[in-house]
Design a protein around this ligand. Structure first.
Ligand code: AMP
Length: 503
C-alpha cells in the first residue's frame, strides 16, 4: 500500500545527504532531515488523534517547519487546509466552522484571539511560529524520526484550498492525491526540472502556486529550494546567483526590473523564469527579455485546477499569451450562452478537463454541479481566445467583463494598450454603473517612478488605437494599484471605490 502523493514526492530523491531546503540564514535541511522532521510532525498528528481524512487547518507564517507540517499531514493520511496568514480572527471563524478540522495550527501571537473559536467549534488548537517554534513543534520534537506513512490512493483528498473569494464567499476546493501528483509530474516534465535545479522560492505556501506548483514540482525533480519567508528585493538579488530557476507572480518581475542591480550578468546562469497567478503584461515580458536575455515562461492555472496551460520550453514564449494546454489537459473555449466552441480569435469562456481538475467544492454540491458541464468540463470563469497558432490569451475573468452601451469591453485588451504608453507602470480597467451606458469604462493607472501621467495625452493617443466604446471615460492615477498577496489586482476594491464616478 502506498501514499500516492508522499511516495511520488520522495520517489526522486537523488541522495539523502543532498540539500532539500536552504534558509536565508544559511541553515540547511537535507533530504534525510526532511524525511525525519516530516515523520516527527506526522507522529505528533497521530498522537493528537488525527485520523485519515481528518482536516488539519493551518494558519502560520512560512517556515521550513510549516512545510514539514504539510508533509506530516499528508503522511498521516489527513487533509491539509492552509489558510492565508493575513486572515483576521473573525474571518478565521468562517473557515474553521466550514472546514471542521480536527486540529487547527496557528501562530502563537494569534492563539489567544483564536482560542474561543477553536473551543466553540470543538477543535484542538496548537501553535507554530515563523521560527518553527510552538506547541506543535515541541510535540514533534518528542516524536520518532521515522514514521510508517499511512496509505492513501489517488482519489483520496490531500488538500482543501480556499479560493480567494473576491466575489462571494470563499469556497474550499477539494484536491485529491492524483490531482496534485499528475499536475506536478507534468510541470516537471514541461519545464524540464531536474535534480540540478535550485529554485528560488519567495511565494507564500498557503496558496497553490507556492505550495504545489513550486514545492511539489521541485521535490518531484529531486532539486533544492532556496526558501525565503517572502519576496524581499535585496534578498532575492543576493540569492539569484545561487539559483537556477525562479517562479513568481508578475509583481516579483516588475520589482526586479525596478532595481538597477538586476542585470544581465546577475542572471546569465539562470535556466528558467516562470510567471503566473495574475497576468504578466506583454510590456514587462519584453522589458525583462531586453534586460536579461531571458524570456519568462508565462503559464495559467487556478486553485481548482492547478496548472492548465504554459508557454513552451522550446519555441516561442509569446508575450501576453499563456501558451498551450498542458499534456493531458483538455481545454476548450466556448460561447457562454450556447456552450458551443468559438472560432479561433473569438473570445469565450475557458473550460478544462483532466486529472488536474479538482473534486468539487467542499460541502457545496449544488455550487459544484453548477460549475461543471455534463461531459465533465469545469467552467473556469476566465475568458480567453486562441489564435491560429494555438496560443491562448486570457482576456480577464468573466465577472470583470464590462458591458458598455451593449458592447463587450475586455479589460485586458484596453490594459495592454495603456501599459504600452511611456510612463505607465500598470493599469486596471473596470466598469462602474453609468446612467446611459449601463456600465462606463474607467482606467486606473500607476505611473513609473519619476514619471507623471497626463490624462489628455493618453486620451489623445487612445483615439487611434481603440474603438470609442472601449476608451475609458475617466482616468484615475494612483501610486500603486491595490493587490492581494498573490499579486492580483483587486478590481473589486477599485469598483467599490469608483462606484459613483458617473452618478
Ligand atoms: P487562484 O485560484 O488564486 O490561483 O486564481 C486563479 C485565477 O488567476 C485564474 O482563474 C485567472 O483568472 C488568474 N490567472 C492565473 N494565471 C494567470 C495568467 N497567467 N494570466 C492571467 N490570469 C491568470
Amino acid at each position: 500500500m502506498s501514499n500516492h502523493l508522499f511516495d511520488t514526492l520522495t520517489a526522486f530523491i537523488p541522495d539523502l545527504e543532498k540539500d532539500f531546503l536552504k534558509n536565508p540564514d544559511g541553515s540547511v535541511l537535507t533530504y534525510k532531515e526532511m524525511l525525519a522532521r516530516s515523520s516527527q510532525y506526522a507522529g505528533a498528528l497521530v498522537k493528537l488523534g488525527i485520523k485519515p481524512d481528518d482536516r488539519v487547518a493551518v494558519q502560520v507564517e512560512k517556515s521550513s517547519d510549516a512545510l514539514m507540517l504539510y508533509l506530516g499531514v499528508i503522511r498521516a493520511g489527513a487533509v491539509f487546509v492552509p489558510l492565508n496568514s493575513a486572515y483576521t480572527p473573525s474571518e478565521m471563524s468562517f473557515f474553521i466552522s466550514d472546514a471542521e478540522p480536527a486540529l487547527f495550527v496557528c501562530d502563537p501571537v494569534n492563539a489567544d484571539a483564536l482560542a474561543g473559536i477553536a473551543q466553540k467549534e470543538g477543535v484542538k488548537l496548537h501553535t507554530l511560529d515563523a521560527e518553527g517554534r510552538g506547541s506543535l513543534s515541541t510535540l514533534a520534537d518528542s516524536m520518532p524520526t521515522s514514521f510508517d506513512t499511512r496509505p492513501r490512493d489517488g482519489e483520496n483528498l490531500a488538500a482543501i484550498l480556499y479560493t480567494s473569494g473576491t466575489t462571494g464567499r470563499s469556497k474550499g476546493a477539494m484536491l485529491s492525491h492524483e490531482n496534485l501528483v499528475s499536475n506536478s509530474l507534468t510541470m516537471k516534465k514541461v519545464w524540464r526540472f531536474t535534480e540540478d535545479d535550485v529554485l528560488l522560492h519567495a511565494m507564500p505556501i498557503f496558496h497553490a502556486h507556492g505550495l504545489f506548483v513550486a514545492t511539489n514540482c521541485l521535490m518531484m525533480a529531486g532539486g533544492s529550494l532556496l526558501f525565503l519567508p517572502k519576496f524581499d528585493l535585496e534578498q532575492v538579488l543576493e540569492l539569484l546567483p545561487k539559483a537556477t530557476a525562479m517562479m513568481g507572480v508578475p509583481t516579483f518581475y516588475t520589482r526586479l526590473l525596478g532595481s538597477d542591480a538586476f542585470t544581465r550578468d546577475l542572471v546569465r546562469h539562470m535556466r528558467v523564469f516562470i510567471s503566473g497567478s495574475a497576468p504578466l503584461s506583454a510590456e514587462v515580458h519584453k522589458e525583462f527579455a531586453q534586460r536579461t536575455g531571458h524570456s519568462i515562461i508565462e503559464r495559467y492555472g487556478m486553485t481548482e485546477t492547478s496548472m492548465n496551460t504554459s508557454n513552451p520550453y522550446d519555441g516561442e514564449r509569446r508575450p501576453g499569451s499563456v501558451g498551450f494546454p498542458l499534456p493531458g489537459v483538455g481545454l476548450r473555449i466556448v460561447d457562454e450562452k450556447t456552450g458551443r466552441e468559438v472560432s479561433p480569435g473569438e473570445v469565450g469562456i475557458i473550460e478544462v478537463k483532466g486529472p488536474n481538475v479538482f473534486q468539487g467544492y467542499w460541502r457545496m454540491p449544488a455550487k459544484t454541479a453548477q460549475e461543471f458541464r455534463v461531459d465533465g468540463y469545469f467552467i473556469t470563469g476566465d475568458m480567453g481566445r486562441v489564435d491560429e497558432g494555438g496560443y491562448i490569451s486570457i482576456v480577464g475573468r468573466a465577472k470583470d467583463l464590462i458591458i458598455s452601451g451593449g458592447f463587450n469591453v475586455y479589460p485586458a485588451e484596453v490594459e495592454a494598450v495603456l501599459d504600452s504608453f511611456e510612463g505607465v507602470a500598470e493599469s486596471a480597467v473596470i466598469g462602474v454603473p453609468h446612467p446611459d451606458f449601463g456600465e462606463g469604462v474607467i482606467a486606473v493607472l500607476a505611473a513609473k517612478p519619476g514619471e507623471t501621467l497626463s490624462d489628455d495625452a493618453i486620451r489623445a493617443s487612445l483615439t487611434n488605437q481603440l474603438a470609442k466604446f472601449k476608451q475609458p471615460k475617466k482616468f484615475h492615477v494612483l501610486d500603486a494599484l491595490p493587490r492581494n498577496t498573490m499579486g492580483k489586482i483587486q478590481k473589486n476594491v477599485l469598483r467599490e471605490r469608483y462606484q459613483k464616478d458617473f452618478a
